[in-house]
Design a protein around this ligand. Structure first.
Ligand SMILES: Nc1ncnc2c1ncn2[C@@H]1O[C@H](COP(=O)(O)OP(=O)(O)OP(=O)(O)O)[C@@H](O)[C@H]1O
Ligand SMILES: [Mg+2]
Length: 618
């Protein structure tokens, strides 16, 4: 035994300041080591296992993903997740399990797999697992006990248990795992999970049970498979099976979309999970079912670009290729869908602009404003980035594989490769939005045009003089010409003519970067106000007011009521349009009398517009 100066100094037990509920066995071991100057294990199993319960998973779903990852890696074609809720209201208990029909583990592998760091794929970057931690930390993050069952022959089910409390009581300096136990069948509590409908989904017809009875169960379990069981979960995102189940379904549908579309049968509480593709490029994904015939069902691939990324910032000679793809949603068609389909079925506005996949498994989905900027246009395209495990450090993948923390040099490379295409796309969509917002109901004057028409007689100065019938005839021809230029989408020539003829005030839209924010024409007894959708005025004031006006109607829609124009509160928008229409009228009235006034107004308009633009955006 080595003796050192430090070791000869005895440490009094009173210097151990552990909490009363700290693992008792661990305390005994520590005490003994301090007293006897014994060999110190690199890991104190009694305390470490308890601390590992706190490896942060941000949601129960992401913890369960560790088991699904392992199952996929073991070649499973069927994976089932169970959340069983029991007990009374206010005191629900939940136990959870993950079953898979993958290759299973032989007893020796099973034992190794139960230990921390025990992995058969350690640091292998081609698959999903590489840390030798996932299964254990994930299970213990939910429950203080993990039961593991695996078999490679029918009826020979080996099991291991990892029990935080039991290990905490262990008084040996180095805790070893026992040999696996051999069972011929699953214990009753577990067997029940596979053969009886769960509380949720409440409609049991929605549950596609694994097996009908014990006999059937043995057969269905077949010759290989694995079950991770977490009895008595005490740390879950929710205590309700429904809340947990719904979250898991919606997340896993996306995270494992490639595996699912490749044939994996994934179930949550006996309900089959269909792939959801946030890029809308998969023809088999769930969103396609919400679209009726005629609607395009997939997005359009704008670009697909391989990019070489150095494995480490300091060594640019070793690179690994990623693939960045950009998909544009069919905005022309999908922007006309009702809000419910857009939101609930397609989930267009969930903010999942960027999806990042590591070895075909999604590790991030969400906004990435450093790449795409943050603007509502990002709802209308998607960026998908595929990388291999070789770039884990570059992408900042932590051992719990939730999310990425991309290094700056990686993002810089991606931006250099696709940034200008994204900017172009942003602009295209902005333009589309502007044009769409400017399309108004066909064949009808807007509320502000109507209002201006109604009160036109009340103004002290008339707008135009009476016309002779000859002039009137000529006017019709002129108005027809004007109507062609002011024709709205979905309006016939005749409807446009009628509208222009019957309204003194006309609002039109134009998209021109170099134009002032508004323009006024006084022609054929008409005041024509043109709003420029390319000016910041449109983006910052006009359009937000318009959206605000529509909001109550959209909220009503979300609550299940029909879209009704009576919910549209156009007050502020109408007032703003009248502000401009009155300005237009005043300029018209004064301009008719003096060319000098006309010139001054024009100068003022340009100067004002530029000043305003700088104030809004400069
Ligand atoms: N469902 C399963 N089927 C077959 N083998 C499994 C299964 N789950 C785990 N294993 C085995 O157990 C080992 C440990 O799994 P664990 O998830 O703890 O670590 P890992 O997958 O190797 O790495 P990571 O920490 O990255 O998940 C795996 O390497 C694998 O060999
Ligand atoms: Mg794993």
């Amino acid at each position: 035994m080595q003796t050192t100066d430090a070791a000869t100094t005895e440490t009094p037990e009173s210097s151990i300041n552990w909490a009363p509920d700290a693992p008792r066995g661990g305390r005994t071991v520590l005490n003994r080591i301090l007293k006897e100057n014994a060999a110190v294990p690199l890991f104190f199993a009694q305390t470490l296992i308890s601390s590992l319960r706190d490896v942060g998973y941000n949601h129960t779903t992401s913890a369960l993903c560790e088991h699904v990852d392992n199952a996929i890696e073991a070649g499973a074609t069927e994976i089932r997740i169970f959340y069983r809720q029991s007990g009374k209201k206010g005191d629900y208990q939940v136990d959870a399990a993950v079953y898979d029909n993958g290759r299973g583990m032989d007893p020796n592998v099973l034992k190794v797999a139960t230990s921390f760091g025990g992995s058969l794929t350690y640091n292998n970057r081609s698959g999903i697992g590489r840390f030798g931690m996932g299964m254990k930390t994930a299970a213990l993050s939910m429950s203080p006990v993990m039961e593991l069952y695996s078999w490679q022959e029918p009826g020979n089910i080996y099991s291991m248990i990892l029990d935080v409390e039991a290990i905490g009581k262990d008084r040996s300096n180095a805790v070893n795992l026992p040999d696996p136990t051999l069972n011929t069948e699953l214990r009753a509590e577990l067997a029940e999970l596979f053969t009886r409908p769960l509380g949720w989904p409440t409609d049991h017809k929605e549950q596609d049970l694994f097996a009908t009875d014990a006999g059937d169960l043995a057969e269905r379990l077949g010759s290989h498979g694995t079950i991770v069981y977490m009895p008595a979960c005490d740390r879950l995102s929710s205590r309700k099976a429904r809340t947990l189940g719904e979250h898991t379904i919606s997340e896993m549908a996306r995270i494992y979309r490639r595996a699912i579309s490749g044939g994996l049968h994934l179930y949550v509480n006996n309900r089959r999970v269909e792939a959801f593709d946030p890029t809308y490029s998969m023809a088999s994904a769930r969103h396609t079912k919400a679209l009726t015939n005629g609607m395009p069902t997939t997005s359009r691939l704008v670009l697909s670009r391989p990019i070489d990324i150095p494995v480490s910032e300091n060594d640019t000679t070793r690179v690994s290729q990623i693939v960045a793809k950009v998909f544009a949603l069919p905005i022309e068609e999908w922007s006309n869908l009702d809000r419910k389909t857009q939101k609930n079925d397609l989930r267009i506005f969930d903010g999942l602009t960027v999806s990042i996949l590591r070895n075909d498994r999604e590790v991030f989905a969400g906004p990435l404003p450093r790449l795409t900027t943050q603007h509502s246009v990002t709802n209308w395209y998607r960026v998908q980035i595929d990388f291999s495990g070789l770039l884990d450090e570059a992408f900042g993948v932590a051992s719990n594989k939730q999310g990425v923390r991309m290094k700056d040099y990686v993002l810089d490379k991606i931006r250099a490769a696709i940034g200008s295409d994204i900017t172009k796309l942003n602009d295209e969509i902005k333009r589309f939005h502007a044009e769409k917002a400017s399309r108004i109901q066909p064949a009808k004057a807007t509320a502000s045009e109507q209002r201006a028409n109604e009160v036109d007689q009340l103004h002290a100065k008339p707008l135009s003089t009476e016309l002779t019938s000859e002039e009137q005839q000529q006017l019709d021809a002129n108005l027809r010409g004007l109507a062609v230029t002011l024709k709205r989408d979905e309006e016939t020539d005749e409807q446009a003519f009628e509208r222009v003829k019957n309204s003194t005030y006309l609002i039109d839209f134009k998209h021109d970067e170099y134009w002032p924010f508004y323009h006024v024409d006084h022609k054929f007894g008409r005041i024509i106000l043109t709003i420029n959708t390319a000016h910041a005025f449109f983006d910052k004031l006009y359009n937000p007011l318009k959206e605000l006006a529509r909001k109550p109607a959209e909220e009503a829609l979300e609550e299940g009521q029909a879209f009704d124009t009576k919910h549209v509160n156009e007050g502020p928008l109408v007032a703003l349009e009248l502000l401009l229409l009155s300005l237009a009228r005043a300029q018209g009235v004064l301009g008719i009398r003096s060319d000098e006034a006309k010139r001054v107004f024009d100068q003022l308009r340009r100067e004002w517009s530029e000043t305003y633009r700088i104030q809004l955006t400069g």
